[in-house]
Design a protein around this ligand. Sequence first.
Ligand SMILES: [Zn+2]
Ligand SMILES: [Zn+2]
Length: 110
Amino acid sequence: MQYREQPYPGDVTFSWTRHESDGRVLLEASGQCPVCGCAMSHTFTHGQSAIPKGGGFLGRREDPGSGVWQTRCRCDSYHFPRPAEATDGCGAWLRLADPPAAITTPDGGS
Ligand SMILES: [Zn+2]
Ligand SMILES: [Zn+2]
């Protein structure tokens, strides 16, 4: 399996886990990259910071917005030839199927 930057056609179904850290919700998607077959995971930051607006802490949201969950392959394998700016993965861009509502809804499941 060689490193190759390419979008993967179609949605990829990963399993989702919800974490909360400092009032922020982190959504971790983990599964198997359909291109190289390695296990990988990626954490998305979802929702608003619990720190009030104007509190001097500009949000570090990485919410991809509009329901698009996209990540580069993040597997730990070394796929050759990998460009210097890439730190992990096989180069595939994956569009993940939406997480279940219980994962994304604030206070869901608690
Ligand atoms: Zn991969
Ligand atoms: Zn891989």
